[in-house]
Ligand binder design. Structure first.
Ligand code: NAP
Length: 710
């Protein structure tokens, strides 16, 4: 791996590594622990319009040649590749002030996001380039005109401007959903730690796994990026509220239609319930969470707990317990030294900002309850205790406030190892204090009492993107207050920026346009690749119900032969009272509607004794199945089952089964087929509707010559 010793950190644009011709005016980047000059960054002369255009053309084309599943699978391969290079990244990460654990959160956390989006993408999305959103809406009486929503990828680039605190995870958490969606990424990391992002991009490029143009990197300032973006593009920004506000007012956002989401600063809270007194597992878990959030990444986490809200009578206990835990467990110093648990802030500028924020809070009424703002003695890389003037070190600081309403504590973000402990008198005050953050990413509610958990969670949820409920049952298993997980939304309202990153497949769709499409069932089937009710069928089976001569039962077809709309129509089968009684006796389901005529007749839904719904579904399977060994390997479930018209004894049922969705698995010799199933009675009334889910071989191999040897 290349380490950039006082060289220029290159950008990766338009398919090549690029550095400016001169380093004049370039910004220096230093080791956060020692001040050693590592590199410079500059974008002087970079053709930003060319970068965006390359993404929109080459990137879009390369990604467009792959389906959603193929792209998701590439993320898995990429994650495995990066996994094998983690040690190199940790080594580099030390220079950002990160301890090994911090680096694991950043590096492994980022790789974990790739794995998650890879598996969710293949499990939850179609193997296609179109996602159908919700059910079709009938728009004409005869069903010939219908409407629905589809998602297709946006036609431009996903530009991502990131903060300095998570140079790896910060990139990968945005890149993964953009990539699955099929939208090329342009990543612009923050200057102080962008050299680590560059190392990851270099690995990605070297891996050769991704289509050309799917990832470009801008190392250095990109102040004019928005100038060359338009409505086709998406800009995801993470950083300070002041930069976000500048971006929000850019003419290309206001008038040009660039899609902008921002994740900004956040005065996150943790609330201790009144039941969680010292000695309870909740009190211990709470103190642990607060100290973890203060010290991981030296408190430089957008999710860190800035406001620790506790019952008034417990303020002293909480401050003492936090102080004791820090004293016992936190060793500040160069993360390369043995035993260090908290490294430097990312830069001297950052240190200055945090000290400035704490000074301002002290001036506004905060009192220093633990820690100091003096330059600390820290453990150096050689294991000595010393003050390192060029290292961005700071010890953890706890503030208390006699005026818990003071504006500064609810609005001033000290982006470092700092928290304020605030006392509340009742739950409504705790809720009000948490809400004074004016919109936050996350809050922890720590209680073992259900009513308290509900009151606090519901009370604050409208002000938060995520609420983490902590008690003795989750103390060991929780992923933590400060860790966004790829499955759940990361973002928050108001001051947090209003953005929504992550959140599983939601994040993929965030990079797509939802479009209403109206037309006939046949053409919507052709457009989406999903069979729609009313579209043409190729039906085998009973001629009286549409079966055509010569059409093969669809269960005899492998995925290579099966087509959307291939169907089977069964003949009628009569249901007798004996059948119903027999089913009741054998299953033990003697619910009165199936066994007691008088009681069934008194029921507003039934004409008298009716067949069990499960009897009908079981019989339907018997009616549609093609029993001989063949390409259908398994039935793995039913979805969306609805019983509509009751079936009394004497009625008959039949079923029509139609191949609705075919999803070949990119990693297996089989795929999924979802069958539209409709049970009707002798009059054509719909008795039940559902989807049958099967696994079907891509090629008819296993049972091609069955019995074996035949
Ligand atoms: P920042 O100064 O706003 O910088 C963030 C990013 O914006 C950097 O990449 C920076 O590039 C770039 N940038 C600055 N001015 C720009 C402009 N005019 N046009 C385009 N790009 C511009 O924030 P920071 O100090 O790096 O980050 C700390 C803040 O981020 C904290 O407030 C923290 O709460 C917030 N944060 C939020 C989240 C979240 O998910 N909500 C996550 C992490 C951090 P240069 O470095 O090259 O200037």
């Amino acid at each position: 791996m290349t380490t950039q010793t006082a060289t220029l950190v290159p950008s990766y644009v338009q398919g090549a590594w690029w550095t400016p011709e001169s380093s004049e005016g370039a910004t220096p980047v230093r080791d956060a622990n020692t001040g050693e000059l590592l590199a410079h960054v500059s974008t002087a002369g970079l053709d930003l319009a060319g970068v965006v255009d390359y993404g929109r053309t080459v990137g879009q084309a390369g990604l467009g040649r792959l389906t959603l599943h193929q792209r998701a699978l590439k993320l898995r391969d990429l994650a495995q590749y990066l996994n094998a290079h983690r040690e190199e990244l940790y080594e580099l990460s030390y220079k950002t002030g990160a301890t090994r654990i911090d680096s694991m959160i950043d590096v492994d956390g980022g790789i974990g996001v790739l794995f998650t989006f890879s598996s969710k993408g293949r499990r939850e999305l179609p193997n296609s380039d179109v996602i159908v959103d919700g059910a079709a809406e009938p728009l004409s009486k005869d069903g010939s005109f219908i409407g629905e929503h589809i998602y297709t990828r946006i036609p431009g680039v996903a530009a991502q401007i990131n903060a300095f605190n998570f140079p790896v995870w910060g990139m990968l958490e945005k890149f993964a959903p953009a990539f699955v969606a099929g939208v090329p990424t342009i990543v612009k990391p923050a200057t102080p730690t962008g050299f680590l992002t560059e190392a990851v991009v270099r690995l990605i490029v070297d891996s050769g796994l991704l289509p050309e143009g799917s990832l470009q990197l801008i190392s250095g300032s990109a102040r004019n990026l928005l100038d060359v973006m338009d409505y086709r593009d998406l800009l995801s920004f993470t950083g300070s509220a002041s930069t976000a506000n500048r971006l929000k007012t850019h003419p290309n956002v206001i008038e040009g239609g660039v899609r902008l989401t921002v994740e900004t600063d956040s005065l996150n809270a943790a609330i201790l319930g009144p039941d969680a007194v010292p000695g309870t597992p909740e009190f211990e878990a709470f103190v642990k969470a607060v100290v973890t959030e203060m010290t991981v990444k030296a408190g430089q986490k957008c999710t860190a707990i800035r406001r620790t809200i506790v019952p008034q009578e417990l303020v002293d206990d909480v401050v003492a317990a936090i102080g004791e835990r820090i004293t016992q467990r936190v060793v500040v110093g160069d993360p390369r030294a043995e035993g260090v648990t908290m490294g430097a802030l990312a830069s001297l500028e950052q240190l200055r900002d945090v000290r400035g924020a704490v000074d301002a809070m002290l001036a506004a009424g905060g009192e220093l309850a633990y820690g100091t703002l003096d330059a600390p003695q820290v453990r150096t890389a050689h294991g000595q205790q010393a003050v390192v003037p060029d290292g961005a070190f700071m010890t953890p600081v706890v503030l208390t406030w006699s005026d818990v309403e003071a504006e500064a504590v609810h609005s001033r973000e000290a982006f470092g190892p700092v928290t304020s402990v605030l006392g509340y008198t009742d739950l409504s005050e705790a809720i009000r204090l948490a809400a004074k953050g004016a919109g936050s990413l996350v809050a922890t509610v720590c209680t073992n009492d259900g009513d308290t958990a509900r009151a606090l969670t519901v009370g604050i949820a409208g002000h938060h993107g995520r609420v983490h409920v902590l008690n003795r049952e989750t103390a060991r298993t929780s992923t933590g207050h400060g860790s966004p997980v790829p499955h759940l939304v990361h973002g928050g309202p108001g001051r947090a920026g209003g953005g929504e990153e992550l959140g599983g497949i939601r994040a993929v769709k965030h990079h797509m346009q939802r479009t209403a499409v109206q037309g006939s069932p046949n053409l919507l089937t052709a457009i989406t690749g999903v069979w729609h009710t009313g579209a043409a069928r190729n039906t085998a089976g009973a001629p009286e119900f549409g079966g055509q001569p010569g059409v093969v039962h669809p269960f005899r077809k492998s995925l290579a032969e099966l087509r959307i709309g291939d169907a089977f129509a069964s003949p009628l089968r009569r249901v007798t009272r004996e059948d119903i009684e027999d089913f009741a006796a054998k299953t033990g389901d003697t619910f009165y509607a199936h066994t007691d005529a008088a009681a069934a007749e008194a029921n507003p839904f039934f004409p008298g004794v009716v067949a069990h719904g499960y009897l009908l579904v079981s019989w339907a399977a018997g009616l549609f199945v093609e029993p001989a060994p063949g390409p259908v390997l398994a039935n793995y479930g039913l979805e969306n089952l609805r019983f509509i018209t009751p079936v009394p004894a004497g009625d008959s049922i039949r079923i029509t089964l139609t191949a609705k969705k075919i999803t070949p698995r990119v990693t297996d010799v089989y795929g999924e087929v979802c069958w539209d199933a409709v049970i009707q009675n002798q009059d054509g009334d719909i008795v039940a509707t559902y989807d049958v889910l099967t696994l079907v071989e891509k090629e008819n191999t296993t049972y091609a010559n069955w019995p074996a040897g035949a």
